[in-house]
Ligand binder design. Structure first.
Ligand SMILES: O=C(O)CCC(=O)C(=O)O
Length: 223
């Protein structure tokens, strides 16, 4: 894929690293295939309902744990009640590799990248018009970083600071195959996706009219 956007890794904020084009075409295709299968096996992606009664425009599936505002459960408590699909060890290993690469760019992402032991993946599906508001990933009790994989349409990832939803922030366009890792001083930074870039898609993954994002985390929770 010809990139129109940054090609070099960069530090978005202390402990927050953008790795453009980290996933090759085969891996991107693999993600799409697996995410479709996980969606079907879990009874379809859900639009989590927020406390104010509105539903998220993003559709979600959890592996390892099921997430709904604002907690994790082993079962799909706001859906069909089924057990969350298993978290695959290959995804954990892949995420650890991405984290190790990110730590070369900015060592503040994690004290010891090799010790990263993720146990949950949240698959986000952004159909046309879907967005995600500024928020903090705070339902994990472990301080480990978040590793985020993007495939399909380009999403504008707004990465802010831990003090609040406002500026300073950077708007980083995430293209298909990009990885972002945030930890250390940025682990509790506000972030969101205010829009998808118009008319963007990844020809390598075929018909995918939207954006797939998979965040891999370590909850620190036990059953
Ligand atoms: O879609 C993205 O790039 C970010 C997703 C996100 O913020 C989250 O899952 O908490």
């Amino acid at each position: 894929m010809d990139r129109l956007l940054p090609t070099e890794p960069s530090v978005m904020a202390p402990g927050a690293v953008h790795l453009p084009g980290w996933m090759d075409a085969d891996l991107r295709v693999e993600f799409v295939t697996r995410c479709r299968a996980w969606g079907e096996a879990s009874g379809g992606a859900r639009h989590p309902r927020m406390r104010n009664g509105s539903s998220m425009s993003v559709a979600m599936v959890g592996l390892g744990w099921h997430w709904y505002p604002y907690r994790y459960s082993r079962t799909r408590d706001d859906g069909d009640g089924g057990r969350a699909l298993a978290f695959p060890s290959w995804l954990g290993e892949l995420s650890r590799r991405a984290l190790v690469d990110a730590a070369v760019i900015d060592a503040r992402v994690a004290a010891d990248p090799e010790q990263f032991a993720p146990d949950v993946a949240l698959i986000n599906w952004y159909g046309p018009g879907a967005t995600m508001g500024m928020h903090v990933d705070r339902d994990e009790v472990a301080p480990a970083p978040v590793v985020s994989f993007s495939v399909g349409a380009t999403g504008v990832f707004r990465f802010g600071n831990p003090s609040g939803r406002g500026r300073p922030w950077v708007d980083m366009p995430l293209e298909s195959g990009d990885v972002v890792v945030f930890g250390g001083p940025s682990r509790l930074a506000y972030h969101g996706v205010p829009r998808l870039a118009a008319d963007t898609f990844d020809p390598a993954v075929g018909e995918l009219l939207g954006r797939l994002n998979v965040t891999v985390r370590e909850t620190g929770l036990t059953d």
